[in-house]
Design a protein around this ligand. Structure first.
Ligand code: SDX
Length: 427
């Protein structure tokens, strides 16, 4: 462990404490830097900045390691349920049988939405992107659940957290139903979280919906793999919105908006559209060439990562889930063959090796969601359903931090210095 970091500016020599976490890089505590030196750090994109202290999720990008409260993501995906992982992320421990049953009960009892919230969907065009709908209806929850918007009341924070986790699948399924002109289905609290979501999405009132256990298992794994990921763009958005004291529904709506971007959670939709555009294995070299061409803005969607400079551990599990689902459902999707061949070629190409570009969580998730029956426009919605657990766990951790204050970055100003106003007739 390093004792201190010495920074010398204009002959001033100041030591700054170096703080160590339980694992991972140490941090230089520069909170007094501006007061001591009159200078800011400059780190657009926060490539070298730790914005907070957290106990929730740890990523080692070089080794391709992802831990939820210390548990490796592949072990959780193979052995746990999404509800138990949600309990782990929110409370810090995997639940015992009694805690698991109580948590499932508590979440299940919040799956229905206020009946008038359903009216909001009627105002959207049928061809509205479901992420546009989710931004709207999740933010609108603040207009219906006033009894859980006092962010300083731990009980209200917990109720709001449970409402958000429980209602996201209901709202997401309604966005899909609205887009295909089918009636909304109410939740069925006798089903698992994943099963309930599948039934609300693909079931119809005219007949019973039979849940395929292969699909339900794939859904569980999808939800677990995408639940949290340290201080990614959308989680940082939720934290920054929450730092102003905004209610949790508004914060999660902000997170949904940020996740929508194709550089972030929107990559799963973009990756599958890219695989469809490639179409056949023989066209892969053309797209690899485009991805390497500096003058072409095209990037291989589902490849590369700000933190992972090794294989995204979630992508490894997702690839297995994709193969399992396709095999068990008897689907021979050429998209999957294109994805596997694209991965093989890219990982042997010097450009990708040198830049440490590997498949990320979004590369195979689209193949799984497509096999389950979701249209690409719903892919990022599913990501949001899962990541709501991580967002609300991170938001809660921030709200419980006694040192929490409003986030307010500064800037390097390169605009005009002070100048006097010029009247219109003098310009
Ligand atoms: C998610 O942060 C998280 O944790 C996010 C996430 C989560 O769970 O929350 O993991 C979910 O968002 C996964 C990432 C999904 N996005 C995509 O798949 C979109 C395609 N990937 C790229 O847009 C890019 O890799 C990013 C945005 C993911 C990361 O960008 P960085 O870290 O800012 O890296 P960069 O853009 O500076 O790229 C470094 C170099 C560049 O070349 P040079 O300028 O150094 O010559 O690598 C190149 C880039 O051109 N590069 C790619 C590439 N990704 C980076 N070249 C081709 N194809 C790609 N996909």
């Amino acid at each position: 462990m390093t004792d201190a970091a010495n920074i010398s500016v204009d002959g001033h020599n100041d030591d700054y404490a170096v703080l160590a976490g339980s694992v991972g890089p140490e941090v230089i505590d520069i909170r007094k830097l501006y007061a001591k030196t009159g200078r800011f750090t400059f780190d657009p994109g926060f490539t070298s900045t730790a914005a907070c202290e957290s106990k929730i999720t740890y990523i080692d990008g070089d080794e391709g390691i992802l831990l939820y409260r210390g548990y490796p993501i592949d072990e959780l995906a193979e052995n746990s349920t999404f509800m138990d992982v949600a309990h782990l992320l929110l409370n810090g421990e995997l639940p015992n049988p009694a805690q698991s049953a109580k948590f499932n009960h508590d979440i299940t009892r919040h799956t229905m939405i206020h009946e008038q919230l359903a009216q909001f969907y009627r105002g959207f065009r049928r061809d509205a992107h479901p992420m546009a709908i989710m931004c709207g209806v999740v933010g609108a929850m603040a207009a219906f659940y006033h009894d859980s918007t006092d962010i300083h009341d731990p009980h209200q924070r917990m109720v709001a957290s449970h409402r958000l986790i429980a209602k996201m699948p209901t709202l997401a399924a309604m966005a899909y139903k609205y887009s295909v002109g089918q009636p909304f289905l109410y939740p069925d609290n006798s089903l698992s979280f994943a099963g309930n979501f599948l039934r609300m999405t693909f079931g119809v009132p005219a007949e019973p919906y039979v849940i395929d256990p292969v699909v339900e298992d794939a859904m569980e794994k999808l939800l677990i793999l995408q639940a949290d990921h340290e201080q990614n763009a959308s989680t940082s958005t939720v934290r920054l919105a929450g730092s102003s004291g905004a209610n949790p529904f508004a914060c999660i709506s902000a997170g949904i908006a940020c996740l929508w971007g194709p550089a972030h959670g929107g990559a799963n939709e973009a990756a599958l559209n890219m695989l469809r555009e490639i179409g056949t294995v023989d066209r892969i070299p053309e797209f690899i060439a485009r991805a390497k061409n500096k003058d072409d803005p095209f990037r291989l969607m589902g490849f590369g990562h700000r933190v992972y400079k090794n294989y995204d551990p979630r992508a490894k599990v997702m690839a297995k889930v994709a193969k399992n689902v396709l095999d068990k459902l008897g689907i021979s999707d050429p998209i999957f063959d294109v994805a596997r061949e694209l991965e093989r070629i890219a990982l042997s190409d010097p450009y990708f090796i040198e830049k440490k570009l590997y498949p990320n969580v979004d590369f195979y998730s689209g193949v799984v969601m497509s096999a389950i029956g979701f249209p690409t426009s719903m892919f990022t919605v599913l990501f949001a359903v899962s990541r709501t657990v991580g967002w609300i766990a991170q938001w809660t951790e921030m709200m419980e931090d006694p040192e929490q204050k409003i986030g307010r970055p500064r800037q390097l100003y390169t605009g005009p210095a002070k100048r006097d106003f010029v009247p219109l007739d003098k310009r």
